[in-house]
Design a protein around this ligand. Sequence first.
Ligand SMILES: [Mn+2]
Length: 301
Amino acid sequence: MNLPFDYDHVALGAFGGTTPTQTDFAAARVVILPVPLDRTTSYVPGTRTGPHEILVASSHMELWDEETETDVHHIGIYTLPEMEFPFASMDEVVAEIRRVSGEVVAHGKFPVVLGGEHSITPPVVAAVAERYPNLSVLQIDAHADLRDSFMGTPHNHACAMRRSLDHATSLTQVGIRSLSAEEAEAMPSLATTVFYDHNMRRDPAWMERVIDSLGETVYISIDVDGLDPAIMPSTGTPEPGGLGWYETLTLLRRVIERKQVVGCDVVELSPIPGLAAPNFLCAKLIYKILAYRFGADVRRR
Ligand SMILES: [Mn+2]
């Protein structure tokens, strides 16, 4: 691996499989960063294998996207080896994720971070906000994740969005259907706009309101438990309700068309052995985001 920065983690396959020859880092527009962190999950563990299973599933995707009529992998998608953190404290883990994602962003790449638990998001948001000030975060999630600390640490996955707000200018939360009284009380004093799942069901204009709540520059964080567990059962803290597949795609496409989206993550996949569909959903979701974001650039070539 020939990288312009210091990187010492574990080797793995490439997003999209071997069909698109892995471009070199310098030529790639998109960099996939797999972060199999599974430290603070509170219910069902298993996010450690999430990035691996997304990459495996991605090697079985058709690379032609019929909706945008593009082969978006031509923009160059470079997959970094999995990050590993033996014996590191959460403070050290967070610092290393921030350092590496900062290098990716500093080289002008669009980062796609694969989780792993949601606590990987704040250091990525910190790194992205350093390059793009006034950053808005769009979070798709069942949970508010606004606790100031949980189970003795401010880096718990239940604090992911509270920590992200240390770096982002605003937060828009979509699909929320689980939070504590403490979080509900804190909300009015935080720079967040919340779209509760039950309200979205009664408001045909909710997507427009989401777009209106965002600034011009947006980072997207997708906790897969934001989706309906009927299509996404492979997650540690599932909640009934949530977004459907096409609803999710429509929202993402509209946001990407109207805003400057500068990076994203897909987190909290906790693969169930023998159940491929949710893993494949994650791979496809990422490829769709890239098709919406970079499809026009491929068509112009
Ligand atoms: Mn969640």
